[in-house]
Design a protein around this ligand. Structure first.
Ligand code: GLN
Length: 486
């Protein structure tokens, strides 16, 4: 196997035994990028020179006998909605086409401290709004398993670069499914942590009560390692929680005996493809064989998830996106003769159609006369959904469902139909509304495209998710398959 094909824990073992160097690893990954990136288009920016320089520094550090961390020398891709000091950060929007942040997001700062090597910034749906990465103002990322299909979104670049072995680990962000759904489409592991588990400081805000940063990785072990290094309280994010961060590797236990697992009935019904349903039921059967107690659970409020989300997320987005006024950041229109026309033209030129649609929807939901009927009502339904999860967790240790209702769809298939695009997140959105964690892991193939299994846990039960996901992974082979890219 080539170095670029390995996981972070495998590379770490090699570095530890002095069988390779950070520079060799980085050159191997950069070589892979140069060969396949033309077909995949996962990256907005690749930091070739900086990565090699950093790798050389890391090798000197290792040679001096200093202690290495599990991330030392590991090339990491960063979704382009996370601020990187001195490196272009666009959120795949024209309005930030020239934005070079003067600071690092806390998660970026943390991986730098741990000796990791940022390899590049990945493509996304503009401001993370979308489910296919087709809303990027710059490029369409392809699914490495079938270049005619989408990688999912919004973290499509991050998921695709992991599937294509163009990075070892990648950061995603998840507001309504943007880590898990692309993980499912690209056959990789993606975890949305509990709200408050990971600092959002330096993440370009979409919907602040839902956004959470998390890992996209080649296997469950890497997800545990990566989450351990990014989690924790941050004084710069008042919504990050002051709870100790466990070493999540300790929860990688191949044993689900006597765990109670609920299969969510409503997420195997209408709108879910029959072949997807089959894969999920087979996964449930396997967990049962491995000793878990698996039962169906009904959660009647989940069907309101998508409608609730598109009121709350758009309301928050309309407020968060106020700041792009042509004065403080990025693009400013040349076509302006007074302040107001400068605002209008900057925003007209800078935002794409989906972002404009959301600003309109959100502003409407928040406006006087409609606030009670839409925004307030949606907040109440959000509580009902959370209550439904609380009730389920009083009986079950975790819940399972498909991550997405379908396999990766064709590029262009849903671009003219926003509602059908919104339904891509039917199974992931309720998790964000409830603020709880969920992981997506590969659980099968349909038409040679990956299927994802979603495992959902109560708040701060990431250890439970890792245990169940790890057990499933150890007893299946799906994660070992790789797309054929030449
Ligand atoms: N696809 C959903 C949306 O378009 C979720 C996006 C996300 O999680 N950032 O809003």
């Amino acid at each position: 196997m080539e170095l670029f094909e390995l996981t972070a824990h495998e590379l770490h073992a090699k570095l530890d035994r002095k069988e390779t160097s950070a520079e060799e690893i980085v050159r191997s990954v950069l070589g892979r990028i140069s060969r396949v990136e033309n077909s995949v288009s996962a990256f907005m920016t690749v930091n070739i020179d900086e990565a090699i320089t950093k790798a050389k520094e890391i090798d000197e550090y290792i040679a001096s006998g200093k202690k290495i961390t599990p991330l030392t020398g590991i090339p990491i891709a960063i979704k382009d909605n996370m601020c990187t000091r001195g490196i272009l950060t666009t959120a795949s929007s024209k309005i930030l086409r020239n934005y070079i942040p003067p600071y690092n997001a806390t998660v970026v700062e943390k991986i730098l401290q741990a000796g990791a090597i940022p390899i590049g910034k990945t493509n996304l749906d503009e401001f993370a709004m979308g489910s296919s990465t087709e809303n990027s103002a710059y490029k369409v990322t392809k699914n490495p398993w079938n270049l005619g299909t989408v990688p999912g979104g919004s973290s499509g670049g991050s998921a695709a670069c992991i599937a294509a072995d163009e990075a070892i680990l990648a950061f995603g962000s998840d507001t309504g499914g943007s880590i898990r759904q692309p993980a499912s489409f690209c056959g990789v592991v993606g975890l949305k942590p509990t709200y408050g588990r990971v600092s959002r400081y330096g993440l370009i805000a979409f919907a602040s009560s839902l956004d959470q940063i998390g890992p996209l990785t080649k296997d469950v072990t890497d997800a545990a390692i990566f989450l351990t290094s990014m989690a924790g309280h941050d004084p710069k994010d008042s919504t990050s929680v002051e709870l100790p961060v466990p070493d999540y590797r300790r929860s990688l236990i191949d044993d689900v005996k006597n765990l109670k697992i609920g299969v969510i009935k409503e997420l195997l019904g209408e709108g879910i493809g029959s072949s997807i349903k089959k894969s999920i039921l087979e996964a449930a059967e396997l967990l049962k064989k491995l000793g878990a107690k698996v039962e169906e659970v009904s959660m009647p409020t989940l069907k309101y998830g998508v409608a609730t989300y598109y009121l709350l997320a758009t309301a928050e987005a309309s407020s968060n996106l106020e700041r792009y006024d042509g004065v403080k950041y990025g693009h400013r229109s040349d076509e302006a003769n007074d302040l107001l026309s400068m605002y209008y033209n900057t925003r007209r030129e800078g935002f794409g159609p989906e972002v404009k649609r959301r600003i309109m929807l959100g502003t409407y939901a928040l406006s006087a006369g409609y606030y009670d009927a839409y925004y307030l009502k949606a907040q109440k339904v959000r509580t009902l959904i959370k209550n439904d999860f609380d009730k389920a967790f009083s009986k079950f240790d975790c819940l399972i469902s498909p991550t997405a209702p379908s396999i990766a769809f064709k590029i262009g298939e849903k671009t003219d139909d926003p509602l059908s695009m919104y339904l891509s997140d039917i199974a992931t959105i309720p998790v964000n509304l409830a603020g709880i964690p969920a992981i997506s892991i590969p659980c099968g193939f349909v038409n040679d495209l990956p299927v994802g299994l979603q495992i959902i846990g109560k708040a701060f039960s990431e250890e439970m998710l890792f245990r169940v996901a790890y057990t499933y992974e150890q007893n299946t082979e799906w994660h070992k398959r790789k797309p054929k890219l030449t």
